[in-house]
Design a protein around this ligand. Structure first.
Ligand code: GLU
Length: 508
């Protein structure tokens, strides 16, 4: 028995950034291809010139590469069935549209937009579904020839059978039957010579030898026309598999920008990891069992089964994605990997120089030490600059009152800061144990609770009341910077006390 190799395609239209729904379609195609030793083809469907958005092809390629969904054939990489951009294949579609006309499967339609609008209104008024009344389907051939000869504008429409049924078979849903009487004679070729989605999609799937079509559920209504086109051409239809719709978190409608980020590149900018995105997207419509949620790419390749995709709508859950991202940051990435991923965000925030990208650079090594301290709290890479800023630049200006913990006198804090400087002067800054022992000793000596001493020091060296552990922070900052910041804090507090004394001369 000969087995045809699996060939699947992802066929986005470049109308903007790649949406997570499109990315999920691409992922399922990619997984299916890789599991079957098949080919994953990328085809750009840019025939609807009015909806094109410049730069979106580049953005789509970038998104797919970022997710690690490499294609075997497509723009950039080429392949035996190219070109893979539809606007470069117009001739092929035009030939096939003419073939359909010549063989009685399609016809020229000269109806003007005004007439179509009129027909639409009339049909609606009669309570019929809007659509075309097939006026030109019945024009005498001589009239058609003559009007074409005169150069009259025409589109080519498909002749849908007027009775009977068109049955499509969906891998997840089984047979879906359509009464041909409700189907339309849709346009295949526009008057400007561009094909519609239907014609280009079918012709390309055939010539690119696609075996399985995995695409979004919204394309199901197009499938009967496609089935009829395959029949007219005498071609075998690929296996159809429509993937479930992705709904908003509340399940009330399709996921859209109103609900949060929806584009892959937006998630990238927000500091999500491609690993977490891929893992999360795989679960939009598919589950292995009711327990396992974390799947590495290798596990997905092993466990994913297209047949097990649930055709019911899937809800997009931003919290779950964020949880997953944090999981990958905390438990999956090595510290070196995390550092490399955070560096672009730190550079973007002006906290690191370009050379930090080099893993052999001292700046990289330093960032690595810093990130080790905040790793557990990072939910996205984009949070790294805010959490670590004070390790890379001076502390931001802070309110001196932050230096004074509750139930502590400002004068005590002033003294504590002074003594802390003296104590830390002699400390071993490579040892958190030494730093801790000294500062605990000092607290005791001064008759302060640990927190009463540690809080002012924390605020002094970080400018904040919440930071990574104090001793590790001191260790990473080092002696010089720590002492400088303590001295500055002492000045700040002294000045603040001076102001206080001056504004309340009677002394509180
Ligand atoms: N160009 C269509 C889209 O952007 C492709 C649909 C299909 O895969 O057939 O969704």
């Amino acid at each position: 028995m000969t087995q045809t190799a699996v060939r699947v395609r992802f066929a986005p239209s470049p109308t903007g950034e790649l949406h997570v729904g499109g990315a999920r379609t691409a992922l399922f195609n990619w997984l299916f291809a890789r599991q079957h030793g098949g080919a994953f083809i990328l085809r750009i469907e840019d025939t609807d010139q009015a909806r094109l958005v410049g730069q979106s092809i580049a953005g789509i390629l970038e998104s797919l590469r970022w997710l690690g969904l490499e294609w075997d054939e497509g723009p950039d990489v080429g392949g035996p069935y190219g070109p893979y951009i539809q606007s470069q294949r117009l001739e092929l579609y035009q030939q096939h549209a003419r073939w359909l006309v010549d063989h009685g499967y399609a016809y020229y339609c000269f109806c003007t937009p005004e007439r179509l609008e009129q027909v639409r209104k009339e049909r609606l008024a009669r309570g019929e579904p809007p659509g075309y009344d097939r006026h030109c389907r019945w024009l005498p051939p001589e009239e058609v020839a003559e009007r074409l000869e005169r150069g009259e504008q025409a589109v080519i429409r498909f002749k849908m059978p007027l009775e009977g049924e068109t049955v499509i078979v969906d891998l997840l849903r089984g047979e879906i039957a359509y009464d041909n009487r409700v189907l339309q004679d849709l346009v295949l070729l526009k008057s400007d010579g561009f094909p519609t989605y239907h014609l280009a999609n079918v012709v390309d799937d055939h010539f690119m030898q696609i075996t399985h079509i995995l695409r979004a559920e919204e394309w199901i209504p197009s499938a009967p026309l496609h089935a009829q086109l395959y029949r007219a051409f005498g071609w075998e239809m690929p296996v159809l598999c429509h993937l479930p719709v992705i709904l908003s978190p509340d399940g009330k409608g399709k996921l859209s920008k109103r609900h949060g980020a929806t584009s892959v590149l937006e998630f990238k900018r927000q500091g999500y990891l491609p690993e977490a995105m891929v893992n999360y997207l795989a679960l939009l419509g598919w589950a292995y069992d009711d327990k396992q949620e974390i799947f590495s790419r290798e596990e997905l390749l092993e466990k994913f089964r297209l047949e097990d995709v649930n055709p019911h709508p899937a809800r997009f859950n931003f919290e779950k994605l964020a949880w997953m991202n944090q999981y990958y940051i905390n438990h999956v990435l090595t510290l070196d990997e995390l550092t490399a991923r955070c560096i672009p965000f730190l550079q973007e925030a002006g906290l690191l120089p370009p050379e930090a990208s080099d893993p052999a650079s001292p700046a990289f090594a330093y960032a690595r030490e810093v990130l080790a301290l905040v790793k557990d709290r990072l939910k996205t890479l984009a949070e790294a600059p805010d959490l670590t800023r004070f390790f890379f630049t001076d502390v931001e200006d802070y309110d001196p009152s932050l230096l004074v913990p509750k139930k502590t006198e400002p004068a005590q804090v002033l003294q504590a800061l002074e003594r802390a400087m003296a104590t830390l002067e002699g400390a071993d800054f490579t040892s958190e144990t030494d730093l801790e022992a000294r500062l605990r000793g000092l607290a005791e000596e001064l008759g302060l609770k640990a927190g009463q001493l540690f809080m002012p020091i924390r605020v002094a060296v970080t400018g904040r009341t919440v930071s990574p552990g104090l001793f590790e922070t001191l260790r990473v900052l080092g002696r010089e910077r720590s002492l400088e910041r303590l001295a500055a804090a002492r000045e700040k507090l002294a000045a603040y006390l001076g102001t206080l004394a001056w504004s309340t001369p009677s002394g509180q």
